[in-house]
Write a protein of this length. Structure first.
Length: 329
């Protein structure tokens, strides 16, 4: 048992050492931020095409993540593998593009082989490397220097601290560019429609019931007529919007209202005008408001439906709590 405890202690100590080494490597990047970083930001902002990221091995995997982060935050980007690029994928690069090459040593033959053909195409080159005097650095227009890095590998060989530094510096670059572009939550949601944020930042008009699914009844209609409207409207919304002679919202009547009337033992005249029973001041929302806001309204006021109205109070849609469940809010 004592031997097992000692082995566990050694494992945890080694893991902690790796984490501390990688953390200190990342922290050291801050002192290296300077003109090279600023130039890289300017070049990305000025790029009229794609930021084409490339690298091999672990640097290539880091490059895929950096490219994905750029693309999801407003900078069109793609990743190409240097070997595939040299066998035809270089045809994806145009003069308006920016080639972003990643190599810790700066002497990766496959990565460096892209520079000459890229220059012929007219594209610019940014390098991220730990070798500021390397071939890659010398042949690039701009260098992001991660500095000399001691790998956390016991043999000092496996890319560990260096790839962590590359990831951190790539994130820093993407976030500064994002800020310079004034990229907003709504913009982010456009690129993440299946994500939780994307769903919350959908507009009400995107999920509301409209057209033949919009249950409308005229003021003065009988209670029976309104119940039939609710039941016969496709999707059975459980509510009807009552409009006046000008087509403006006058009130709402729901299945919940009907249930409450019956629970009270009210003697209902099914031929009585709906105006006697409808709610006259329903909560409403504009079609351009966020679905997230509609969700708060429904939760705050404990209601199941919200009429969606235009600037002249004409109903253009109905938002049901089920519609929010359908988009998983």
């Amino acid at each position: 048992m004592a031997g097992e405890d000692e082995r566990a202690r050694q494992r945890l100590a080694r893991a902690g050492e790796v984490i501390r080494l990688e953390a200190s490597t990342i922290a050291g990047l801050e002192a290296r931020l300077g003109q090279g970083f600023l130039r890289a930001v300017d070049m990305i902002l000025a790029c009229q095409g794609l930021v084409v990221v490339a690298g091999v091995g672990k640097a290539g995997l880091v490059g895929q993540k950096i490219s994905a982060t750029l693309a999801s935050t407003g900078t069109p980007s793609l990743f190409i593998h240097p070997t595939e690029a040299l066998h035809g994928d270089l045809g994806r690069v145009r003069a308006r593009d920016l080639l972003f090459l990643i190599s810790n040593s700066g002497e990766s033959a496959e990565t460096n082989a892209l520079i000459g053909p890229t220059r012929k195409l007219g594209a610019s080159v940014v390098a991220m490397t730990g070798g500021p005097q390397s071939t890659l650095a010398r042949l690039s227009d701009c260098v992001l220097d991660i500095g000399p890095v001691t790998e956390a590998c016991p043999m000092k060989l496996a890319p560990t601290a260096s790839t962590s530094a590359m990831l951190a510096l790539g994130d820093a670059l993407a976030m500064v560019v994002l800020q310079e572009r004034d990229f907003r939550r709504e913009d982010y949601a456009l690129f993440h429609p299946a994500g939780a944020l994307g769903r919350k930042l959908m507009r009400v008009r995107e999920v509301m019931r409209q057209g033949e699914q919009l249950p409308l009844a005229k003021s003065g209609s009988t209670l029976m007529d309104v119940i039939l409207v609710m039941n016969r409207t496709p999707g059975r919304p459980g509510a009807a919007l009552v409009v006046d002679a000008a087509g403006k919202l006058a009130g709402i009547f729901t299945h919940g209202d009907l249930a409450r009337l019956l629970e009270r033992g009210t003697s209902l005249d099914m031929r009585a005008p709906i105006d006697e029973f409808m709610g006259r001041r329903p909560k409403t929302i504009d079609p351009e408001r966020l679905v997230e806001e509609a969700q708060h309204l429904i939760a705050e006021h404990r209601i199941d439906q919200i009429p969606v109205i235009d600037s002249e109070r004409r109903p253009v849609g109905l938002l049901d709590v089920q519609d929010l469940l359908d988009v998983r809010l």
